[in-house]
Design a protein around this ligand. Structure first.
Ligand SMILES: *Cc1c(COP(=O)(O)O)cnc(C)c1O
Length: 370
């Protein structure tokens, strides 16, 4: 049996009729950029997140970039970012001309450590960009206290956390603004690229709406030098279909995690992800384990037909793009996590048969290699 890491074709085949109907509705509307379909999705997604406003943009990187721009963060500013994240979190800061200042994560939750945020603050710091990594909400309360003490903005990178919830507040609802990605593999994904900003700040939403559309509110009258970064109505229509299934898919991911935890707990040298006892706080975009002999383990799984992935093999500060910062060797937690991380298959295509096979191979490897 072959177990793919993701299987979007299978997922979309199951939604065939609903997606066809969405396609037909947009095709026959004659409206293909902005318009009512996008507005309907924006309203539905804001309401799902428990926030007031949603502005659909072209992708997750733009969601973060436009948010920083709309907050007037740019040259001369420093923004604190996690050391272990997808590089887009850093690139958004660089793109507006600000400096990403890395803070190491908590070793167990992998999310940015609020104590280290505070240690990284200088007179130039204007914001914290916190990621809900792998689908688990960041340490909201402590980050908020630090931000309030130092009058910093909080931008939430919620690209991996659609639907995660703590004390009734969903990803997208706890910071000054949140950036979402609807890249196809995310828990809620387009059939292409897409993204959105979610916020309770009316004037911020208004500025982002203007920025995404050439800096214009009225056609051919441009107030600011903006972007062309709009979520397609066709993608919005697909997202409306998929949003109605998101809670079920997230619940299915949690069941997969129960199976992994039952089969993999206590194995020598294998660390499983730690999470709060409140199950809703994690939507398991990725199930990332750590093992000191990660590459051998990955090969073993591959031989057994099980496809895995590494998130992320190169932390941003070790990438060619950020070599100039000279941080190599200075962020040991991110470097160790990158060397040992392995993402196991999770998602709507994974059931008991698949987890059973994965657990068998993992147990055999870990017990042999102790
Ligand atoms: C996917 C992702 C992004 C970027 O999203 P795109 O839509 O691919 O631009 C940003 N941050 C994190 C943490 C992500 O996982």
């Amino acid at each position: 049996m072959r177990v793919p890491f993701v299987d979007l074709a299978l997922l979309h085949a199951g939604l065939g009729a609903e997606l066809q109907e969405a396609w037909q509705r947009v095709a026959s509307s004659g409206s293909y950029v902005l318009g009512p379909e996008l507005e309907a999705f924006e309203e539905e997604f804001a309401s799902y997140c428990g926030a007031r406003w949603c502005v659909g943009v072209a992708n997750g990187l733009d969601a973060l970039t436009l948010t920083l721009r709309a907050m007037d963060i740019g040259a001369g500013d420093e923004v604190i970012v996690p050391t272990n994240t997808f590089i887009a979190s850093w690139l958004a800061v660089s793109r507006v001309g600000a400096v990403p200042v890395p803070a190491e994560p908590d070793e167990y939750t992998y999310n940015i450590d609020p104590t280290r945020i505070e240690q990284s603050i200088t007179s130039r710091t204007t914001a914290v960009l916190a990621v809900d990594l792998y689908g688990q909400l960041a340490d909201i309360d402590r980050i908020r206290r630090v931000a309030e003490r130092h009058r910093l903005k909080i931008i939430e990178d919620a690209a991996q956390a659609h639907g995660a919830r703590r004390n009734g507040v969903r990803a997208g609802g706890w910071a000054d603004a949140a950036g979402f990605s609807f890249f196809p593999t995310k828990n809620l994904g387009c059939l292409g690229d897409g993204g959105a900003v979610v916020t309770n700040d009316h004037s911020l939403a208004d500025r982002i709406r203007c920025l995404r559309n050439y800096g214009s509110r009225q056609k051919y009258y441009n107030e600011i030098a903006g972007f062309n970064s709009r979520l397609d109505p066709l993608q919005a229509a697909f997202l409306r279909v998929k949003l109605s299934h998101l809670d079920d898919w997230n619940a299915h991911r949690r069941e997969t995690v129960h199976a992994y935890e039952a089969g993999l707990s206590g194995l020598p040298n294998l660390s499983l992800p730690q999470h709060s006892s409140d199950e809703e706080e994690h939507v398991w975009h990725l199930y990332v384990v750590h093992h000191p002999r990660r590459d051998e383990l990955q090969r073993q799984l591959s031989v057994a037909g099980i496809e895995t992935a590494i998130h992320y093999p190169v932390p941003p500060h070790l990438s060619q793009a950020y070599m100039g910062l000279g941080l190599s060797g200075r962020l040991p937690i991110a470097e160790r996590l990158a060397a040992q991380a392995l993402s196991l298959p999770i998602g709507p295509h994974i059931g008991a048969v698949e987890t059973g096979q994965i657990i068998r191979v993992m147990r055999e490897f870990c017990l042999r290699c102790q």
